[in-house]
Design a binder for this molecule. Structure first.
Ligand SMILES: Cc1cc2nc3c(=O)[nH]c(=O)nc-3n(C[C@H](O)[C@H](O)[C@H](O)COP(=O)(O)O)c2cc1C
Length: 171
């Protein structure tokens, strides 16, 4: 077995600040998807890479919705604070994101399209407020060419703190 065989990476996007939780606006210090990403790291020892937009989304929920919708309509690839260029040393990659407008936030497209997915095992996890995995699975399948896409998981954002068992079983 080579040194890197079995090494895992979690690539994720998550936004703290103001968001809707089961119909109620709240401000948080940590995003829902990040809570899951860190739990996967705890369970598997995976490395973590957080995808961050160079100009962060607005802290207000409504403004974030407007800006991210414009970005989606334009099929934009927003600039990132830092880019991951290479995932060669990882056998398995967990891809995590909140559902924005039926798919991944556009910064995830910027990042995922930069990588060579040949031969990787990919497991996707998303958080959402009702639409489930939506179009993101199809989008990931078309970006991650040559990867083996394993079963994904979709967790309601406002329930992430009660989802540990579900995540353990899925990991
Ligand atoms: C800009 C924006 C767009 C969203 N679009 C959807 C959507 O299309 N479907 C859905 O179920 N939830 C949607 N949500 C809810 C988020 O997916 C959910 O709150 C998620 O848990 C946020 O994850 P985070 O805290 O890691 O950023 C949206 C939230 C935001 C802020």
């Amino acid at each position: 077995m080579s040194e890197n065989e079995g090494r895992s990476l979690v690539i994720y996007f998550s936004r703290a600040d103001e968001n809707y939780f089961d119909g109620e606006l709240k401000t948080t210090e940590k995003g829902n998807t990040e809570i899951i990403a860190e739990y996967i790291q705890q369970l598997t020892g995976a490395d973590l890479f957080k995808v961050e937009r160079k100009d962060p989304y607005p802290t207000g929920y409504k403004a974030c919705c407007d800006e991210s919708l414009d970005e989606k309509k334009a099929n934009a690839r927003p600039e990132l604070k830092e880019e991951l260029n290479d995932i060669e040393k990882y056998a398995k990659v967990y891809i995590g994101y909140p559902i924005y407008w039926g798919t991944m936030p556009m910064p995830m497209f910027t990042q995922l399209e930069k990588l060579n997915w040949e031969g990787k095992s990919v497991k996707c996890f998303c958080t959402h407020e009702g639409s489930g995995i939506a179009s993101s699975k199809k989008d990931i399948e078309s970006i991650c060419k040559g990867a083996k896409i394993l079963s994904g998981i979709a967790i309601l954002g406002h329930t992430v703190n009660d989802a540990k068992k579900q995540i353990e079983d899925w990991v």
